[in-house]
Design a protein around this ligand. Sequence first.
Ligand code: FAD
Ligand code: DLZ
Ligand code: SF4
Length: 530
Amino acid sequence: MTGPVLSAGTERRAGGVLRLVLGDQISDQLSALSDIDPQSDVVLMAEVRGEATYVRHHKQKIAMIFAAMRSFAGRLTARGVSVRHVRIDDPENSHDIVGEIQRALEATGCKRVVLTECGEWRLAEALKAFADGSAVPVDIREDDRFICSHERFRRWSGDRRQLRMEYFYRQMRRDTGLLMDGDEPAGGQWNYDAENRKRLPKGLQPPIRARTPANAITRGAIADVERLFPDHFGTLDGFGWPTTPDEAEAILDDFLSTILPGFGEWQDAMAASAPWMWHGLISTALNIGLLDPLETCRRAEAAYRDGRAPLNAVEGFIRQILGWREFVRGVYWLKMPDYGLRNALGADRSLPWFFWSGETDMTCVADTVEATRTNAYAHHIQRLMVTGNLAMLLGVDPDQVDDWYMTVFADAFEWVEMPNTRGMATFADGGIVGSKPYAASGAYINRMSDYCGACRYDVKGKTGDRACPFNRLYWGFLERNRSVLAGNARLAMPYRTLDGFGEDRRRALLAEAEAARLALGAVPKAASPR
Ligand code: FAD
Ligand code: DLZ
Ligand code: SF4
């Protein structure tokens, strides 16, 4: 490869518009493309090391993004659009998005740049700085693939004392009409979680899931990633992510037609060696633009209206996309950049090495990390109640927690990763995303999974080396963070229990938790070998 792949006539387009498409903007409906003139404009796509290495993304994530960009470039070219596609192995590649815009302006003679705002603060700032100093006009457009605009979220958040997803979600239901019967929520309730959250009964096997076989373009991207990013996290053998809209549609079809009816009931269940359960496996496709979130919700609603899936499942699924996904994105843009510095619990320990290696006797953690290495995926409850809960109970520095979540998942983009990690999972944001920490002992994991039976640790044990580490850590976590958490009304019960223990026992629980933290490798950062 000697230079950018150019479709015919791309070389000089004096007077045309240069339209940037980033690796997570793979969509015909992208605002940057809405008024494209194929006669004069050029679409720029650039595979750059800057984006591929600002964290050491899972190999599958890089392969998925490169493959999706290459396929999209091909589809646009086939429609007569001029595309300048800079490949990762182009010797003149500047390996920086802004650098590639500048090179493309020089090469094409385009007189204007149009782009869709990008999803991460880091790159958004770089693009804003470029726009401010640019000799040609730069038009940064809103990303209208999201259901809730920045302006709508700001208006909703207004001067509310607290931002709560449930109220935001109800507003989104009203705004979109999704699952509404007139002014009322379908079925008379906004939320059917009381019917969900069941433990998997013995003998019920999670369904076998359709994955996407790698097409020729994806296979090429996988080979490039293996060659160019060998030391990144994870393996490529289990790659199964869609990289084209058709492939993404096929995964969504399979989910809606056969899996969705079980989504609600088993939404919070976990099982060993069962990485997918009844989850949608669509976050990568939604996040990079292969699926449209509103359309996805409408199709799920149609499954309910046609009697193909029960309301508890469909409402639960729509709430994740219309509610949580839009809510965390709104919080991210409302609160950044301060949000990325929040550390409400003063967590300062280093992340234990087994988060990367999976080498731990904690069956629930080992299974989650192994699934993540193989699939670049863990389902929500594994992310929240296994790795997230453990990182919070250990008091791991939120920067290291963020780095881990950004690195290991194919769907990780900071706008969605950070509020989930700093907010929902570890309470580092002090209660912006969630009203209380999701701290739980081993009893929760035991109730919702089959992990504990096969574990070396005793899920009923409270103290000592054989006791489940979640139990050893739980009360010490509450005691350690008393000054921040004890005033939280939703934690009144556990703090009452803790207070009933008396001072000596509380001191012993703190010591027990500290011993567990050190034994697991959550040491003060200065003492960390890394
Ligand atoms: P399903 O369970 O089938 O849910 C359907 C869709 O709902 C998902 O595809 C996703 O788009 C949306 N959704 C569900 N829960 C959330 C949520 N809490 N926030 C935002 N969207 C949600 N999701 C990401 O897309 N990228 C991340 O980097 C990410 N990091 C997370 C980190 C932590 C600590 C936690 C607790 C959650 C994180 N999530 C993240 C949210 C959620 O776990 C994933 O979206 C989900 O596991 C993706 O798998 P799925 O498509 O099978 O989801
Ligand atoms: C994640 C990613 C990766 C791995 N590589 C590229 C790339 O080479 N070129 C590109 O345009 N985008 C890439 N991306 C996606 C960007 O990181 C993403 O657009 C920003 O982080 C904003 O969300
Ligand atoms: Fe996880 Fe504790 Fe159960 Fe082991 S006993 S699987 S560490 S919850």
